[in-house]
Design a protein around this ligand. Structure first.
Ligand code: DC
Length: 224
């Protein structure tokens, strides 16, 4: 079974996806981390962020691996071509680079192929922007998770403080979120939008546990 969780940055997708996967005993895939890994590689190799052909070559050839602790379906880290990029893909530089990289059609084609191969291997909760629309249009559960801009910026600042990486300036984070939303929603390939049959959940002011329980209940009604 596939549980697709799409939505804009900072809506709480990662927290919710991990908790839902744990409760259901599913694996969990963070597709944003895959686009971030390609962006990291492009920056390392000095590839121009508007060079679709060169970016596509990178994306097609790179090996993205999620590492797990034994028995834990939630990945602890991400490696790209053998380099541990778990922290490096969360910096403000990569926040900026990932928008043009993820808009490149050749990169999306390569990533969607990899995501399908991963998801087809078992029961997965997959978070991203286009999971319910493009990657797994037949997903049994589709959720489009949103929250107000201000709530999302506050959450992202708290997350960056906890992780010790990324900007902790509220105004800067808010501006960055809005810029990325605009970019993600207006690109021509797989823009951010809810699938027609997605359940829309606005988590503003809700307890995250209630959101998690609601998604688990949807999956259980589908036989999870
Ligand atoms: O979820 P995130 O903030 O880590 O995602 C990083 C970037 O990747 C974000 O700018 C949108 C893009 N992305 C995408 O285009 N499609 C996905 N399925 C996941 C992420």
């Amino acid at each position: 079974m596939i549980v697709a969780i799409d939505g804009p940055s900072g809506a709480g997708k990662s927290t919710v996806a991990k908790a839902v996967a744990k409760k259901l005993g599913f694996s969990c895939l963070d597709t944003g981390a895959m686009y971030r890994s390609v962006a990291w590689l492009a920056v390392q190799k000095g590839v121009a962020l508007d060079d679709d052909a060169a970016l596509g070559e990178l994306a097609g050839a790179c090996r993205i691996e999620f590492v797990h602790e034994e028995g834990d379906p939630i990945p602890k880290g991400v490696f790209v071509d053998g380099n541990d990029v778990t922290a490096a893909i969360r910096t403000a530089d990569i926040d900026r680079a990932v928008s043009p990289v993820s808009a490149a059609p050749s990169v999306r084609e390569a990533m969607v192929g990899q995501q399908r191969r991963i998801g087809e291997a078992g029961d997965y909760v997959i978070e991203g922007r286009d999971i319910g629309t493009t990657v797994f249009p037949g997903a049994e559960v589709k959720v489009f998770l949103t929250a107000s801009d201000e709530e999302r910026a506050h959450r992202r600042v708290r997350q960056n403080v906890d992780r010790g990486i990324g900007s902790i300036d509220y105004d800067e984070v808010l501006e960055d979120l809005k810029r990325r939303d605009e970019h993600d929603s207006s690109r021509s390939t797989s823009p951010l939008r809810p699938a027609d049959d997605a359940v829309r959940l606005d988590s503003t002011g809700l307890y995250i546990e209630d959101v998690i329980d609601e998604i688990c209940a949807m999956a259980q009604r589908k036989g999870a």
